[in-house]
Design a protein around this ligand. Structure first.
Ligand code: PEP
Ligand code: MG
Length: 578
């Protein structure tokens, strides 16, 4: 039995055998070889190519490949694999530069894929996917590892991977995938967020768990404490089965709060909304007692499909959510692509600093056709309910004005086409960059509402990558820098008389809720499964006591001091959730 400690990102207990998978984005490290083995290493490259060609020729001649399209794809792959120049390029890297076969294959093919992906022509840019498949095939032969596929599981497993993308995680079949553990990741990475939304127990940031867990090993994932137990003994399994029963009992108890108001003991009303990634999650928000959608992460529609969703696809998705919510508010955030969320065709466009790169609203402002298609779909859907639109990652007034100008253009197009929309639809922004926080009073004058994205706000304020396990201990909402920014944003929003909510993960962490209430926040948007717990907490406190807590925290000078104080305060109120 071995116990590994990681970062708890999604609560619950999972006990099942492991499915260890290759991660799609696993990067082969650059490693050198000794000159004495370079001939052997070149032979490994040649053998991998031979095996890959033989494999494809076998599949190609198989009777079950009747589909012309599939045949064509394999023919393209075969042509690549038989290309002497490509092979030479790779073997030269091994022979002359003394690099491993795996690295030479991976770096060469990824360079080609990047090149393809950056071409404007859609047909060519989509060929990047083929190159990626070829890379995977060759690596599989080099590493001698059988690639297991999460898409075809028919028994219960816990997934173990180096890293999982938000898209992979969103595709998990809840019936069979009971939990997951990864080497990489942080508490507010989008993969973690998806896990919480789906209610899949998960522990990330375990660093080397893929090396420690053999395929089909018995594994316990404790998403409450951030612990993974490999090959547990019988008493440990029994103990965790008991924990799982307890956890479910607590969940049921909390679900009973569904129809009660989120009101503090001294009568202050708090609004609790849900964050969703997909339309089908809307029902869960209602089930958990949410009063609307505070953040609809629309980019997941793009992440999930091989081709770009059309205006009609998007209109249908938004209308589906509106149908569930009737007249309750729905905040549709325009696509927040980039950083750790890529469309199929852009997954190879690597940037040196993706979180500081062409992401989110910046990407939209450079891809106006794509942006306008989405705005049209949102505007068309706006006639069916209380739809509000929100722009992510605004970092200057100029950007907000540009986004609003494009929105106005789309409105004019709709007018010309005689299509109805709500011309008074509220237009808000996410405050999630330090520049937006520091200029909140300026941005407030041209925004109808603010929603604070603490996940990004923390990462940019503290200069700590939210998804990097190596700096995860430095990532904290309790840092005085973050607390001061939050206070200043709400001050500016109140002064401008615009509403302000918190939709980052801080709103779903019990230790922060009293601080947020004390700072004056009254609207939170969170992963649907977390709504009941936060409601219980809200119903257990008084605003008066929260004000005292906030005042004390604002006097503190270190993150440790703040977090210890907040934890002990929340534990006194709600010991059962800790
Ligand atoms: C945030 O940054 O806090 C946020 C809610 O947006 P996302 O997590 O999608 O970046
Ligand atoms: Mg964000």
């Amino acid at each position: 039995m071995e116990i590994k400690k990681g970062i708890a990102v999604s609560p619950g207990i999972a006990i099942a055998r492991s499915l260890v998978i290759d991660s799609e984005d696993y990067r082969i490290p650059r490693r050198s070889i000794l000159p004495s083995v370079k001939v052997i290493e070149v032979k490994r490259v040649r053998d991998a190519f031979k095996k890959a060609v033989a494999e494809l020729e076998k599949v190609d001649s198989g009777e079950n490949i009747a589909e012309g399209k599939i045949k064509d794809i394999f023919a393209v792959h075969l042509r690549f694999l038989k290309d002497k120049n490509l092979r030479k390029k790779i073997t030269d890297l091994v022979y002359n530069e003394l690099l491993t076969a795996e690295y030479a294959v991976s770096t060469t093919l990824r360079d080609i894929a990047n090149h393809f992906a950056s071409v404007q022509d859609k047909y060519i840019s989509e060929r990047a996917t083929d190159i990626y498949d070829i890379e995977k095939r060759l690596l599989r032969h080099l590493l001698g590892r059988k690639r297991e596929d999460v898409g075809h599981i028919s028994h219960e497993v816990v997934v173990v991977a180096h890293e999982l993308s938000p898209t992979q995680t969103a595709g998990f079949d809840r019936k069979f995938i009971k939990g997951f553990a990864t080497d990489a990741g942080g508490r507010t990475s989008h993969t973690a967020i998806v896990a919480r939304s789906l209610g899949i127990p998960a522990v990330v940031g375990l660093e080397d768990v893929t090396r420690n867990i053999a395929p089909a090993a018995m594994v316990i994932i404790d998403g409450n404490r951030g612990v993974v137990i490999i090959e547990p003994d019988e008493p440990t399994i029994k103990e965790y089965q008991q924990h799982a029963i307890e956890f479910e009992r607590l969940e049921r108890e909390l679900d009973a709060l569904r129809d009660l108001d989120a009101v503090t003991r001294d009568g202050v009303k708090v609004e609790l909304y849900g964050n969703i990634e997909f339309p089908h999650e809307a029902e869960m928000v209602i089930d958990k007692g949410g009063q609307g959608i505070g953040l609809y992460r629309t980019e997941f529609l793009y992440l999930y499909s091989e081709t770009e969703p059309t205006e009609e696809d998007q209109y249908r998705a938004y209308s589906e959510v509106i149908r569930v919510f009737g007249n309750m508010p729905i905040v549709i955030r325009t696509m927040d692509l980039g950083a750790d969320k890529f469309t199929q065709s852009r997954r190879f466009v690597r940037e040196p600093n993706p979180f500081l790169g062409l992401r989110s609203i910046r990407f939209c402002l450079q891809n106006i056709v794509l942006f306008k298609t989405q705005l049209r779909a949102i505007l068309r859907a706006s006639v069916h309910g209380d739809v509000r639109i929100m722009f992510p990652l605004i970092s200057s007034l100029h950007e907000l004005r540009q986004a609003k100008m494009i929105l106005r253009d789309v409105m004019e197009d709709l007018d010309e086409d005689g299509i109805k929309y709500n011309s008074n639809m509220p237009v808000g922004i996410m405050v999630e960059t330090p520049s937006a926080a520091l200029t909140a009073s300026i941005l407030a004058s041209e925004s109808d509402f603010f929603s604070i994205g603490t996940n990004d706000l923390i990462q940019y304020t503290l200069a700590v990558d939210r998804g990097n396990e190596r700096v995860s201990t430095l990532y904290s909402g309790a840092d005085p820098a973050v607390v001061n920014l939050l206070r200043s944003i709400i001050h500016d929003a109140n002064k401008a008389k615009i509403s302000v909510s918190v939709c980052g993960e801080m709103a779903s962490e019990p230790e922060f809720v009293m601080l947020l209430l004390g700072l004056g926040f009254r609207t939170f948007s969170l992963a649907p499964p977390m709504i009941p717990e936060i409601k219980k907490l809200v119903r257990s406190v008084t605003v008066e006591s929260c004000n005292i807590i906030a005042r004390k925290v604002l006097m503190m000078s270190s993150e440790r001091e703040v977090i210890n104080y907040l934890r002990s305060a929340a534990m006194k109120v709600l010991p059962e959730v800790f």
